[in-house]
Design a protein around this ligand. Sequence first.
Ligand SMILES: [Zn+2]
Length: 386
Amino acid sequence: MIPAGPSALRDLPLVDHHCHAVTTMDLDRDRFERFLTESHDRPPAGTTAFDTPLGLALLRWCPPVLGLPPFPSPELYVERRTDLGPDEANGRFLRAAALSDLLVDTGFLPEAATTVPEMAGLAGAPVFEVVRLETIAEEVAASGAEAGRFPQAFGEALERAANSAVALKSVVAYRGGFGFDPAAPTENEVVRAADRWLSQGPPYRITDPILLRHCLWVGAELGAQRGLPLQIHAGYGDPDLTLHLANPVLLTAWIRHVAGLGTTLTLLHCYPYHREAAYLAAMFPHVYLDVGLAINAAGPGAQHVLAEAMEVAPFPKLLYASDGFGLSELHFLGAALFRRGLEGVLGGWIEGDHCTAEHANRIARLIGGDNSRRIYRLRVDRTAAG
Ligand SMILES: [Zn+2]
């Protein structure tokens, strides 16, 4: 095992490089459980969302933060959370996650979401903003932009939004997947596609493959100019996506196309294609990955997922993320399962005489936070909220 001390893994301040706001709503049992799954459907009759690896891990690790012993009944757990109130519960979980920094995707919010400064206050750590390309395009559409002006209006809106961000993000995986033509579309193609889209009227949900490619290319170019990594959702997510089309190896041609720009790409979640993502990170200098979301979804299996991601990924290419959304439990649990999982993997390496404790601590510091601090330039002089 890694020796105890200030550099030990359980004390290591983590950078959560991809998460979302938490909700300030009072949650009854049903609302609470809906945050425990990516599925749009209820669990089978007579079962609950706690009957999952995530539910089990939550009942093991989260109750002590609220002053309960491990494994209370779900009823008792939700009751205790309600008694404490959402602000107290959120503050306890976000502080217990022991994060040095959070990068929050502000493009998709739970109901009654905390603001960026509120998240920073609750976590006691700086919170940096990540801007979603598709959300900006949809806002431009809703603002009444004309098709002929769409490329310029999108570029300007993205530049403005990027002023307060440390990264950009794409959810193209959710809008048809990665099997797209990797080349940048021409301005004429973009204007014609914008005309078709805008003439449909609201609500404006961007699904046109030409417009999505345009957003990605503009994001990659702006990211390169400003030193903002581009986060790309890959793999595991809600059933809006068709999983096999979210396999990041389908992005290989596009990854090659943008290599010359100098944009850093961070592949988010990746499960069950985390081995493919690790391969891409090993081959392409501008590609990074995390197994956020999968760590929570796998619960007791988190160490196994992490071990698979660590089979071939270079250590400077792996990042920590919880992908916590809505429930502050998810931000905490991601950190707790990551620390335990990484300690298990690296402890096994030490035990097997594959590395020393010094190597293990260095690897843990890289993956836990130093890689994110480096690529998102979190320690450069920049005004953080909080
Ligand atoms: Zn996310």
